[in-house]
Ligand binder design. Structure first.
Ligand code: ACM
Length: 483
């Protein structure tokens, strides 16, 4: 029980082991489709170990079963769980279904990634008990699918991996100067024209609304909430190229395939701008069961400050009218914000204006969480404007010590963005994200006492075979003594 990432709240080893029986089943005491789905996912995940899917049953549990039960006290919260392994049973208890999901993720890590050989494997788990609850409610990763389009099947694999490390939000940066990646039925050229290319001028792509709904459902079955971002008023060249009437001079620019930022802007003075925003936000909200719609708001250097403030305040009203909470990059702190709005810190410049309004923050400090930063000077992908980010640095930081005047209660959570100016394949995404994202997942979930690189890196080493088993092209950094 010593190699779990993120580190659980409390782990107690006990004598003995649980050995699988020929008739070991996964028993669930709930007909909730999400819970039954968790049991099936566990059965599938154990195939490399158990050699065949374990049967899923509604019980009652008997000796030798794995039980998932919604019987824990409310004090474990909406995501916490209790995992007990004895020689006669494995029992995961939670108060809410998400806790059962996380209990099964922990159980997977207690088993070897695979047991080669034997047709029908016996397997065992050392006895003990784990009591686990997350530190922060929001634990996220972000993919920039705008600079380079990322296909739905690749997004699904990323969701599988992040969910295994107990991240619960996937922020999709759906639009930028170089591409618009989601079908909007009322403004169809956004996707068909604005989504037709990418950085470097290669092929583009976009998600149909049906594909996007499927992604949202897939994520939900792994307790991951998709946070859609429509970036505005800057980062909008693909919009402006698709609709001349949104431009101040009525002339649509050519599609943009470079990597500059801060040159495009929606026009805060034009009424049609807000008609556009209302239509897009309405369609995105209808695709979004989660609470947040992210409106970007970063790097609007081409928008005069007065216009920017007026624009953000009006867009916030549009988002709230769709019963959603607005999220935006820290620059939105210049506007007067609703208490429900969440700001995302990335480089510090305007975070103080957010704190003054007592809003909740998601922390994505570029120096510690931007997964597109190079590991070191030899990394062939990525950028280095926020410095190099090695595996130790991505783990070894503390949210409450990031900025003066930010305390635990101001922090909704952490998120690790991966921008894709230099990255175009899933292999490259995995190389940049892993293993650094595991360190950030631990910061989001685990208590800070005992944070220790030596101890963590030994645990991380044990995840090399696990990541390989999942087919993850991770960077085997020399800072870690990999197994
Ligand atoms: C950002 O990196 N422009 C949020």
């Amino acid at each position: 029980m010593q190699n779990i990432i993120p580190k659980p709240h409390t782990v107690m080893a006990a004598p003995g082991v649980f050995r699988s029986r020929p008739l070991t089943r996964i028993v669930v005491n709930s007909a909730d489709p999400f819970v039954v789905g968790i049991a099936r996912q566990l059965a599938d995940a154990l195939v490399p170990v158990a050699k065949q899917p374990l049967p899923v049953s509604d019980g009652p549990a008997r000796e030798g079963d794995i039980s998932l039960a919604l019987t824990a006290h409310a004090s474990v919260g909406s995501e916490g769980y209790l995992l007990t392994v004895t020689p006669t049973e494995i029992l995961i208890r939670a108060f809410a279904p998400a806790g059962l999901f996380y209990g099964t993720q922990t159980l997977r890590q207690l088993l070897p990634p695979s047991i080669p050989g034997a047709e029908k494997g016996g397997w065992e788990v050392a006895a003990g008990s784990i009591h686990d609850v997350p530190r922060f409610a929001y634990r996220g990763a972000m993919l920039d699918v705008a600079r380079h389009f990322i296909a739905p099947r690749d997004i699904k694999k990323y969701i599988d991996i992040i969910a295994a490390y107990k991240l619960n939000h996937l922020h999709l940066h759906l639009t930028d100067d170089q591409g618009w990646r989601i079908e909007i039925r009322s403004w169809d050229k956004l996707a068909t024209h604005g989504g037709s290319t990418s950085v470097g001028g290669g092929a583009g792509g976009y998600y149909t609304q049906a594909e996007y709904r499927d992604l949202v459902e897939y994520a939900a079955s792994r307790h991951v909430t998709i946070v859609p971002e429509i970036d505005m008023p800057g980062h909008t060249s693909a919009v402006l190229s698709s609709y001349p009437e949104l431009n101040r001079d009525g002339i649509a620019p050519a599609l943009y395939t470079g990597v500059q930022v801060g040159f495009s802007s929606l026009d805060a003075d034009k009424e049609i701008t807000y008609a556009f925003v209302e239509d897009v936000v309405r369609e995105i909200a209808a695709l979004t069961p989660g609470p947040y719609i992210h409106i970007g708001g970063d790097e609007a250097q081409a928008t005069p400050t007065d216009d920017y403030v007026r624009f953000i305040e009006r867009v916030q009203g549009i988002v709230n009218a769709c019963d959603k909470q607005m999220m935006g990059w820290e620059e939105i702190g210049q506007a007067r914000l609703d208490p429900s709005t969440v700001a995302q810190h990335w480089n510090g410049a305007q975070t103080r204006a957010v704190i003054k309004q007592a809003l909740k923050l998601v922390l994505s400090p570029a120096t510690f969480t931007y997964l597109d930063m190079k590991y070191d000077a030899a990394t062939h992908l990525g950028q280095d404007w926020a410095g190099e980010l090695d595996v130790k640095k991505a783990y070894d930081w503390e949210p409450t010590r990031l900025l003066d005047g930010i305390y635990e209660q101001d922090i909704l959570g952490v998120e690790a963005p991966l921008w894709t100016e230099t990255i175009s394949t899933l292999d490259e995404i995995e190389y940049m994200a892993f293993p650094r994202l595991l360190g950030i997942a631990e910061i989001g979930w685990s208590q800070p006492d005992g944070q220790n690189w030596e101890e963590y890196s030994a645990r991380l080493a044990a995840h090399g075979p696990r990541l390989r088993q999942m087919g993850v092209n991770f960077f085997a950094a020399s800072q870690v003594d990999w197994k």
